[in-house]
Design a protein around this ligand. Structure first.
Ligand code: FE2
Length: 280
């Protein structure tokens, strides 16, 4: 991989990298999820929810498989944004088997999730290797490929509602991701806005075919002692959106096991910039 990407992460807090096949895979995966939401009853969908080992969800709610968010309260008194989430980790197949879920009709979907998961895992490892070359002290790659961290990396498919609950246009409140390094893979329409260098002026990101936006979450900020801050972002309806359809997006969240201490610098930046800490 071109070393420029590692430099951009360290200096600008984001970069855009090529992942071949990622856009088409993400589109197909999102399409399968929409069909799943339409064709599978709520009771049956509940059997696709699991609480696997290493779950770091602050509220301890299920973190594998299907995760409905209906705008319920979180532990910190804030509300979750309303959306339907699907979390794919390779272990999901074992959970489905143990729970006697007939996932055969959905195997093409799960296979595509596994392919995209692996593509993202490989690219993230390459990027972290380059970051380690520039900053050996951060020790990123070893922590990323650690067996315990392997329980945490996740491919997420999000189906947002057409309109936000707090205001019509905000479907995802401003936040920092709580993982290590995020890959924003594909989206049905623009709407992810990031706030560069801690500014209040958001930039709307527009996904290009087979390119993903990579940016640090809170674990990256902690791991660098605050030298590389997490990138704040939100999700909004921009331009002429079809008022009847919600946006979807596909994201890969790379993790490391939680660094031990959050520096004062990171904690202050997080509380100032973040309306909804603890969200992905
Ligand atoms: Fe996020």
């Amino acid at each position: 991989m071109d070393q420029r990407h590692a430099q951009e992460i360290l200096q600008r807090g984001r970069t855009v990298i090529l992942i071949p096949f990622s856009t088409n895979l993400a589109q197909e995966i999102a399409g399968h999820f929409q069909r799943f939401l339409k064709e599978v009853s709520e009771d049956e969908r509940a059997r696709w929810s699991f609480n696997g080992e290493g779950n770091e969800d602050p509220d301890g709610s299920p973190d594998d498989g299907y995760i409905p968010r209906k705008g319920e309260m979180k532990g910190d008194g804030d509300r979750y944004d309303e959306k339907d989430i699907f979390h794919f980790r390779p272990r999901l197949l074992d959970f489905l088997k143990q729970n006697d879920v007939n996932y055969e009709p959905w195997r093409p979907w799960l296979n595509k999730c596994l392919t995209l998961y692996r593509l993202c895992f490989g690219k993230e490892a390459e990027l972290l290797l380059d970051i380690d070359r520039l900053k050996p002290g951060y020790d990123c790659l070893r922590q990323f490929v650690d067996l315990e961290a392997d329980q945490l990396h996740v491919l997420r498919i999000v189906q947002y509602v057409p309109h936000g609950s707090v205001d019509d246009n905000t479907v995802g409140k401003k936040h920092l991701d709580r993982n290590f390094l995020t890959f924003q893979i594909a989206e049905s329409r623009p709407g992810l806005r990031y706030f560069p260098d801690g500014s209040d002026d958001p930039v709307v990101y527009k996904a290009q075919h087979d390119h993903v936006l990579a940016f640090p979450g809170r674990k990256f900020a902690k791991n660098t002692g605050g030298e590389v801050p997490a990138l704040a972002h939100d999700i909004v309806n921009v331009g002429e959106c079809d008022p009847t359809t919600g946006r979807w997006s596909v994201i890969f969240f790379g993790h490391i096991v939680e660094p031990l201490e959050e520096t004062a610098h990171v904690a202050a930046a997080a509380s100032a910039a973040v309306a909804a800490a603890g969200q992905f």
